[in-house]
Write a protein that binds this ligand. Structure first.
Ligand SMILES: C[S@@+](CC[C@H](N)C(=O)[O-])C[C@H]1O[C@@H](n2cnc3c(N)ncnc32)[C@H](O)[C@@H]1O
Length: 342
């Protein structure tokens, strides 16, 4: 069945009339100029056939085309939207994520063996003062917290290392050092202080606990004579300090610093000229006798300050320095020397 519509022949293949063949029906295959316009069921009323068919064809073709186009464009649009959404969402998600919070240390936070409490800056300064830190020093802070002691030492020109178990504190310290412009001299390592080698230090700083100090003491006493040890507040048991300093300005808690100088090891018997020097050493304190012929003089005021030794025997004051199994110095404006016998 053909329908002339505005000069265009529209042909219906498969026309079904369902009321009256001239009045209404449906078309399943609709052609125009031999080309398939569409597949489907088109209902039309005869009276309005031309209009309806045209409308239907046009509309349907249009709709169909539009639908196809829309399907295609929907396809792309969906993907485009999905694509955009992905980025928008990803961006949004990224923005929605709270910016990675910089680690904020809390005073009293757990540490492996000691909680974190920072040394007041005024005491840090005092600790480095009494240790007489210079640019020649290598300062190691055991349990370095936020890095303040290491950074302060580095600002004085010293090379400094912080040994800290908490990795967040280590990263924080590195950031702090960089901010202070001493990232090169102030180094930090994430490590257990008990498993660390700090034998190269010339100055050890620490703010730990009395029992930890005691545990570290044998290792500290084996450090190079003259190594300075400074502790915030806590002592070393019966190893009395060589100096105590208290900060009363700008410091309300933890304001006492103790300094120890690692003494040389002199305990034993020495040959001093024709005499025998028998020394008993308790940390930096020395006692004993100096025997010469039938005379035995008690050692008094015997003390070690690193490798520097002083003592009095028979009314003569001896000063000198120790170098392993040898000592030498002056006494009564004359020179003396001694070598270890055993
Ligand atoms: C009292 S804070 C002192 C911090 C810093 N030295 C100061 O004076 O400001 C002790 C520090 O030691 C750290 N610490 C505890 N046990 C440790 C261990 N076994 N090895 C390394 N660091 C440790 C803690 O995380 C803490 O930062």
């Amino acid at each position: 069945m053909k329908f002339p519509i505005s000069g265009v022949d529209v042909e219906c293949h498969k026309w079904d009339s369902f009321q009256h063949p001239e009045k209404s029906g449906s078309c399943d295959l609709l052609f125009s100029n031999g080309n398939l316009l569409d597949l489907g069921v088109w209902r039309m009323k005869t009276a309005e056939r031309s209009t309806m068919v045209r409308t239907l064809v046009a509309n349907q073709s249009f709709n169909s085309l539009k639908e196809k186009q829309m399907k295609v464009s929907h396809f792309f649009r969906h993907w485009f939207i999905a694509f955009c959404l992905f980025f928008v969402c990803a961006g949004g998600f990224a923005q929605a994520q709270p910016a990675k919070q910089e680690f904020q240390p809390q005073v009293g936070q757990e540490g492996k063996d000691v909680v974190w409490v920072p040394t007041p800056q005024a005491l840090v300064d005092k600790m480095l003062d009494i240790a007489k830190v210079t640019p020649k020093d290598y300062v190691i802070d055991l349990g370095s917290g936020d890095g303040r002691t290491v950074i302060t030492a580095a600002k004085r020109g010293a090379k400094a290392l912080g040994i800290e178990y908490n990795p967040d504190m280590v990263e924080l310290s590195k950031r702090n050092a960089a901010k202070e412009g001493v990232g090169d001299k102030a180094q930090f390592t994430k490590a257990d202080l008990f498993a660390s080698d700090f034998s190269q230090a010339t100055v050890i700083t620490m703010f730990l606990l009395p029992d930890i100090n005691l545990k570290l003491r044998p290792k500290i006493l084996n450090l190079k004579p003259g190594t300075r040890i400074v502790s915030n507040t806590f002592d070393m048991g019966e190893w009395t300090d060589d100096e105590t300093a208290i900060v009363d300005k700008g410091c309300t808690n933890w304001c006492t610093a103790h300094l120890w100088i690692v003494p040389a090891k002199v305990d034993g018997t020495w040959q001093l000229g024709q005499g025998e020097l028998a020394l008993k050493q308790t940390f930096q304190m020395i006692s004993g006798t100096l025997k010469s012929g039938n005379n035995t003089a008690q050692i008094t005021n015997g003390k070690l300050h690193g490798d520097q030794i002083t003592f009095t025997a028979g009314g003569v004051q001896y000063t000198g320095h120790v170098n392993g199994n040898a000592m030498e110095g002056t006494a009564n404006n004359g020179k003396w020397s001694a070598t270890r016998r055993r």
